[in-house]
Design a protein around this ligand. Structure first.
Ligand code: ADP
Ligand code: TRP
Length: 327
């Protein structure tokens, strides 16, 4: 059985782009019998950018509740919080001592972050090593990630390969799993939906606030009665990704015929979001109102993931000569 593993940082409430682009595809993979899935909340990684401690666990809950609400079967699989298994930082240290400086200095994401963030800390620099420990520590075979994380996966493979070459088969060398048919979901301004652009749709917002966000989607000034260019209409682009092909075609024809305004299209999108995520919204609301249920799910996930991480650490420590000598 192939073990698939992925992590999502707890820097924000996952948005529609994260759900359609990362969470739902992972849930589908995890439901296939030949897979055993590990999903975790990368809260240690979030410390590279989010310094306030006050709501760190609340953010973990938001991400965990999103996974569960989107149908991740946590009893068959594992859902855990990265920092609940602090052993991963021990493995990070070992791997740090094998990570070539130029490899880390060449990371696109480090170059990007260090050029725009005021706080350029060592955690940002060694971010890919913690990520490698997340993956190698659980003997993962397949790692579903977005294109932006591909280079990090290459580093993980390089670290594992170099270590194995020197010490024998200690780590499973993982493969990246970049799904080709996952399209980039546009945000309400037409750029890629992203937390960093502030253009995202949080499908778990209360009804009124969600409606407000949908009504704020950018549209051009074509008058109501004129035909419109559906393919270039953000409302249509979003609508077509969450409804059946027939319903999408109907909106496209309405827009192209004229006499159908953007207001109508936005109302249809809002209704479609409420419908598609009805069950997920209910589950999410329930879990966020019962954090003790989330904590129980995470505790169970951690206790079922820990033995694997501990076994990997036993293998690594033995090779590196850490630990006391037997009496
Ligand atoms: P953000 O851009 O909001 O910071 P992340 O980089 O944390 O999002 O992405 C987490 C996961 O969600 C990644 O696997 C990424 O590929 C996916 N994802 C993020 N935004 C989108 C989007 N607009 N469309 C499709 N997938 C996305
Ligand atoms: N760096 C990933 C991102 O920002 C999150 C992450 C951390 C991750 N550790 C991981 C993803 C291990 C896959 C596997 O999207």
């Amino acid at each position: 059985m192939a073990r698939i593993l992925t992590g999502i940082q707890s820097t924000n409430q996952p948005h529609l782009g994260n759900i359609l682009g990362a969470i739902e595809p992972m849930v589908q993979l995890s439901n296939q019998l030949e897979h055993e899935a590990f999903a975790f909340i990368a809260d240690l990684h979030s410390l590279t950018t989010v310094k306030e401690g006050g709501d760190r666990r609340h953010r973990v809950h938001q991400v965990a509740a999103t996974w569960v609400a989107c149908g991740f079967d946590y009893s068959k699989n594992r859902l855990y919080c990265q920092s609940d298994l602090p052993e991963v930082t021990e493995l990070t240290w070992y791997l740090n001592c094998f990570a070539p400086f130029p490899m880390l200095a060449n990371a696109h994401s480090f170059k990007d972050k260090s050029s725009r963030l005021a706080d350029v800390n060592a955690g940002l620099f060694t971010y890919p090593v913690l990520m490698a420990a997340d993956i190698l520590g659980y003997d993962a075979h397949l790692v579903p990630v977005g294109k932006d994380q591909r280079q990090h996966l290459e580093m993980t493979r390089d670290l594992a390969g170099a270590f194995n070459h020197r010490y024998g088969d200690v780590f499973v060398v993982p493969e990246a799993f970049v799904q080709k048919d996952v399209e980039v979901i546009p945000g309400i301004d037409g750029q890629k939906m992203s937390k960093s652009y502030g253009n995202f749709i949080d499908v778990f917002l209360p009804e009124k606030s969600l409606r407000k966000v949908v009504m704020a989607i950018a549209t051009d000034s074509t008058p109501l009665e004129d035909p419109k260019d559906a393919e270039n209409c953000i409302v249509y682009q979003l609508f077509s990704r969450i409804v059946s092909a027939d319903r999408a075609l109907e909106m496209k024809q309405n827009l192209e015929a004229g006499g159908y305004g953007y207001g109508h299209a936005k109302q249809a999108l809002f209704d479609a979001l409420m419908e598609r995520f009805a069950e997920a919204r209910e589950r999410y609301r329930h879990l966020m109102e019962h954090p003790e249920e989330l904590e129980a799910i995470l505790a169970e996930g951690a206790s079922r993931a820990r033995p694997i991480l501990q076994q990997v650490l036993v293998r690594v420590r033995a090779k590196l000569g850490f630990g006391s000598l037997p009496a």
